[in-house]
Ligand binder design. Structure first.
Ligand code: F0G
Length: 399
């Protein structure tokens, strides 16, 4: 059953619908999972389909690249420095290098269930990279709209290489999303942006896996970057479904981090306002979250409120600094948007919003190789030497 999150109007699972016909609000898939003992999941393979009873598509038709089951790394050094018990969920280890694969696996499976032949999305990069790969695997035609000149190189390469028709749109992500949504409403394609509630069903497995990774316990807090706000909403849905199933009692404080000039949700939370006012010309070096009008804003605000969480902003400088810090202290390479979670953690510890000893999971959403230009620009050029070991010895002895 699909349900409107505002007026509660219900729609059949096989209706192709993205917003409520009565009130225009966004939709969610209602998952009625009851009476499944926790040990059902034991000894299953570590991927999103481990929790298939919670995924509202036909698992027999699954389009999967073995997504999910990502590394869950305890970060002793950063944790000690900040006085918290820190874990990092490394979503860059998914098949196309970001968390989007979880959603696209379920989303393209739904597309196959529905019998459509063309899928599409607008994207700041990762969604298109992922959809292009899953569409190839499913044998679906695929069109993606990208804000021209504002997509990191690795993501662009992936979208093109897996065979999607790639359009560079004059405008930002919010403009591209409006355009592709219109094409979907005209019946040209099946939309797999996160306004499609089936995609978020795949992404909710991040929350489920975190609970599983911690031995069926909730962390005190989950921190993650927020752009279009689908992921924070999805993770919260996964967590609450596990709570409703009786697997956990406590829930984490959902903590969303945005880049300072692309921060409509954090702005609303900080001002204590209920409504999210779009940002006109969003900008940040973290192009993945360069978004001014998040589609899932209402769901995200609910998640933050219900979980007693918060949202905050970080500057581009803080993002780049955190990206390097994580890479060089813990060996975890992430793209700039992902580092917003670590930058946010540092900020919230510094201003006393995070208590000492909290058990925290930072979700790092995409791989460092997604944006090679930012990584290279942050480093010294390689030192040019002859092949004579002497020249190298001189340098390494000063290290
Ligand atoms: N981190 C990365 C690496 C992303 O690619 C995105 C979103 C986010 C965080 C934010 O997640 O939108 O669910 O709040 N990328 C989308 C895309 C918009 O098109 O790839 P969100």
């Amino acid at each position: 059953m699909i349900r409107c999150i505002s007026c509660g109007e219900e729609y059949e699972d096989n209706e192709i619908i993205y917003t409520c016909k009565k009130c225009d609000s966004i939709l969610e898939v209602e998952c009625n999972v009851e009476g499944i003992p926790r040990d059902t999941f034991e000894s299953r393979r570590q991927n999103i389909w481990k929790y298939k009873e919670f995924l509202p598509v036909n698992p027999e038709n699954r389009i999967s690249l073995d997504e999910g089951g990502t590394p869950f790394c305890k970060c002793e050094k950063i944790g000690k420095e900040l006085g918290v018990d820190l874990y990092v969920k490394v979503e860059g280890s998914n098949p196309t290098g970001s968390f989007k694969d979880r959603g696209m696996s379920v989303g393209t499976t739904k597309a196959v269930d529905l019998g459509v032949n063309m899928v599409g999305c607008a994207s700041t990069g990762n969604t298109s990279a992922s959809l292009s790969a899953y569409a190839a695997r499913a044998g679906l035609k695929c069109a993606v709209l990208l804000p021209a000149g504002k997509v990191a190189l690795g993501k662009l390469a992936q979208a093109m290489f897996h065979g999607a028709k790639v359009f560079g749109v004059d405008g930002n992500f919010d403009d591209a999303l409006k355009t592709i949504t219109q094409l979907a409403l005209d019946g040209e394609l099946y939309l797999l942006n996160s306004i499609n509630p089936f995609r978020l069903e795949g992404q909710k497995t991040i929350g489920m896996e975190i609970v599983d990774d911690l031995g069926w316990q909730s962390p005190d807090r989950i921190i993650l970057p927020v752009g279009n706000a689908g992921n924070i909403s999805a993770i919260w849905k996964g967590i609450t479904e596990f709570r409703n199933a009786g697997y956990i009692k406590d829930v984490p404080m959902m903590t969303g981090i945005q880049a300072v000039n692309s921060a409509p949700i954090a702005n609303a939370v900080k001002k204590g306002e209920e409504t999210v006012v779009p940002v006109e010309n969003p900008d940040t070096i973290a192009t993945a979250i360069r978004i001014g009008a998040p589609v899932s804003a209402v769901k995200a605000m609910n998640a933050i409120k219900e979980s007693n969480g918060t949202a905050d902003t970080v500057t581009d400088e803080e993002i780049l600094d955190a990206q390097k810090y994580l890479a060089r202290t813990e060996g975890i390479g992430v793209e700039p948007a992902s580092a917003a979670s670590i930058a946010g953690l540092r900020k919230l510890v510094a201003n006393g919003e995070i208590d000492k000893g909290e058990r925290i999971v930072c979700v790092v959403t995409g791989h460092v190789l997604k944006d090679p230009n930012v990584a290279i620009d942050a480093c010294e050029e390689p030192t040019q030497v002859s092949s004579d070991p002497k020249a190298i010895r001189e340098v390494i002895r000063t290290m």
